[in-house]
Design a protein around this ligand. Structure first.
Ligand code: WTA
Length: 629
């Protein structure tokens, strides 16, 4: 199933378009199924309805764990590098991981969790996070991992949307020099979550926490009294595996739903091909398991391949900006998969943090999460890859389950800032505003995918109509990505960024409407508008234009207060970088904010604001221009 030359890629790609079902059936054979599927694919993009390998019975953990035990029981499955480099790293072999997953699965069962129940996981990057995810999958419970940086309010919104019965968390988390409370945040969240019956608490920082009798349980105590064997629940390929919340251009975050069979096949196939994984290699993905990248390329893709996956608890700049390179040398990392924002940040500290490292174990580099700029790409190539490691720029989304457009490391040609080519089974099309397909090369448009791949979103949890409206209605018959894209003369794709009201801040997707709603909840705020602006490290920064009831007496203090409100409602990642108080916003006569104008002002490009004649009150533009930060 691994492609080994550019010629072969072209052949396989063609086959995957000519006969998608035949192609994916062949890939599907590589996995362990209890019962074969009845039908490879059933689909329409109108409802939408997509089913892969329907009737196939399986459990993803049998593919991620059980099937490696015979030959690779003592092979490292997870290497865990703690936040503090003087603490010891931990290696979990496939056997140990299997035992721990089974034990925890038995704890979940003991407290009444069964197939189809939703479990919220709010944990730092410790091995128990992967264990919790797999324990849910083992018994057919649906995991909903919430990134450890989200606020109590964000957690409770997600718990309530999914109706979670249990929360798995820790007392606290280490993040660089900081200790962050986790259980306390969960306690605040649970003040408004009636569906939650039990909270399982892992000890990590031994921060004092309130433990409520009848509700809260210590992880360490519970796993002592259960068996380390737990039969895997038999799942249909189309049973739900997990929900992962992500931001869109409107309203509250939506729960993206992925199912068992197709997701497994797609995450694993792309892991092996994009990174050209060779048995024995150590794979280090620096993402958090709270995001899709961690789900697919720390947990499921690598483990279903029997690989060694490195999990890092801390941050790239602690204790200093050489930490990632220390880890690479210490654990002889072969594949490093990270984000442009991390590369730019480490670049800014200078080469002295790189130079004392050998980095000679590295064979392949990957980038994900946002467009990578030319400078960061070359810095990564020359200084980290020493000129000899291929870089794969992997484009995809939470809704996709796995990478859609990317080179195959060392196999297909690379071009800085280009994600390059679609993976087998992926049929990208560029469309203009009116939905016409743009043929040929040297064209730009909105990126759509016209045929399903096994990892595609099945629905948005509890609201199928929303899934249809968001992804399948803008251009009927096509999945719309929300990204702009260029296809060059060679047919290589370059993602140019979001074309909707979604920002990408340090590789995190942030909906402008969500941030505006949070700001508008602050005392004294009348209205706000959020736009992105180019930021050297984060890629995009958040610029807020805010109308207040009264002119703030202490504007600097009010800025801090507003940021605190946003941190409390969403999380620190959504705090604005710049806040400008204004007396009005540029609106059309129909009351729509003209973000185009605000974007230009935020970018510092005020010379040509385009046509402002349709504005209700063009004079506000001059005021905003004059007060720009
Ligand atoms: C952006 C992350 C350019 C894009 C896996 C997409 C990228 C959004 C790339 C999804 C890339 C991701 N080049 N842009 N290689 N990878 N993006 O759901 O705008 O957190 O729509 O998934 O990130 O973000 P998400």
């Amino acid at each position: 199933m691994k492609i080994s030359s550019y010629e072969e890629y072209k052949e396989v790609y063609q086959k995957s378009v000519d006969d998608p079902e035949g192609f994916w059936a062949e890939v599907g054979q590589e996995f362990q199924w209890r019962k074969p599927w009845k039908r490879v694919l059933d689909w329409n993009f109108d409802e939408p309805n997509v089913k892969w390998f329907e009737g196939g019975k399986m459990n993803i953990t049998e593919n991620a764990l059980d099937r490696h035990l015979e030959e690779n029981a003592n092979k490292p499955a997870i290497i865990w590098e703690p936040n503090d480099p003087s603490d010891e790293a931990v290696t979990l072999t496939y056997q140990v991981l299997y035992d721990r997953v089974c034990s925890l699965a038995n704890v979940l069962k003991k407290y009444g969790i069964k197939k189809g129940d939703r479990v919220c996981i709010y944990l730092p990057m410790v091995p128990e996070l992967a264990i919790a995810v797999l324990a849910c999958a083992r018994i057919g419970a649906i995991h909903s991992v919430v990134f450890g940086g989200f606020s109590a309010k964000s957690i409770s919104d997600r718990i309530n949307d999914a109706g979670c019965k249990m929360v798995i968390t820790s007392d606290g988390a280490y993040r660089g020099p900081k200790v962050i409370p986790m259980k306390e945040t969960v306690d605040h969240a649970l003040e408004s979550c009636p569906s939650v019956e039990r909270v399982l608490v892992l000890t990590r920082t031994r921060t004092p926490v309130a433990m409520l009798k009848g509700r809260d349980l210590w992880w360490e105590d519970e796993v002592k009294y259960v068996e380390a064997k737990c039969p895997a629940e038999e799942m249909d390929s189309e049973d739900v595996l997990f929900i992962l919340y992500t931001s869109g251009s409107t309203g509250k975050p939506k729960g993206v739903v992925h199912t068992c069979g197709g997701y497994m096949v797609y995450a694993t196939y792309t892991f092996q091909n994009v990174f050209q994984y060779e048995p024995g290699e150590v794979h280090f993905c620096t993402a958090d398991i709270g995001w899709i990248t961690g789900h697919s390329y720390i947990v499921y893709g690598p483990l279903c391949s029997g690989a060694t996956s490195l999990m890092f608890e801390g941050v790239p700049t602690y204790p200093d900006a050489g930490r990632l390179w220390d880890i690479v040398d210490k654990h002889k990392v072969n594949i490093l998969y990270t984000a442009p924002t991390a590369i730019r940040s480490l670049m800014s500290f200078g080469l002295q943090y790189v130079k004392d490292h050998s980095l000679s174990s590295l064979k392949k580099l990957g980038s994900v999460g946002e467009p990578i700029n030319e400078e960061a790409w070359h810095w990564f190539k020359e200084n980290i890859g020493k000129g000899s490691c291929p870089i794969v720029d992997t484009w995809w989304q939470t809704e996709n389950g796995g990478i859609l457009i990317s080179g195959l490391a060392g196999i297909t040609p690379e071009k800085a800032t280009y994600a390059t080519l679609p993976l087998p089974g992926v049929q990208p099309v560029l469309v203009d505003e009116n939905g016409n397909e743009l043929e040929g090369t040297g064209v730009s448009g909105n990126l759509c995918i016209k045929f399903p791949w096994p990892g595609i979103i099945r629905t948005t949890y509890g609201d199928h109509e929303r899934c249809k409206q968001t992804y399948f209605s803008t251009y009927p018959g096509k999945y719309f990505t929300g990204d702009g894209c260029l296809r060059d003369e060679n047919g290589f794709y370059r993602i140019t960024g979001r074309v909707d009201d979604v920002l990408n801040v340090s590789g995190h997707r942030i909906g402008t409407a969500e941030v505006e709603n949070a700001i508008n909840m602050h005392l004294g705020v009348v209205e706000s508008a959020i736009v992105g602006f180019p930021h050297d490290i984060k890629g995009q920064g958040i610029y807020a234009f805010i109308i207040t009831e009264r002119k703030p007496a202490e504007p600097e203090m009010m800025r801090k207060d507003i940021s605190a409100t946003v941190a409390q409602i969403i999380g620190p990642i959504a705090k604005p970088d710049k806040i400008q108080f204004v007396s009005g916003l540029p609106k059309t006569r129909s009351g729509k904010i003209m973000r185009r104008i605000l974007r230009k002002i935020a970018e510092g490009d005020v010379s040509n604001l385009g046509d402002t004649s349709t504005l209700l009150d063009p004079s506000v533009v001059d005021e905003i221009k004059a007060g720009a930060i």
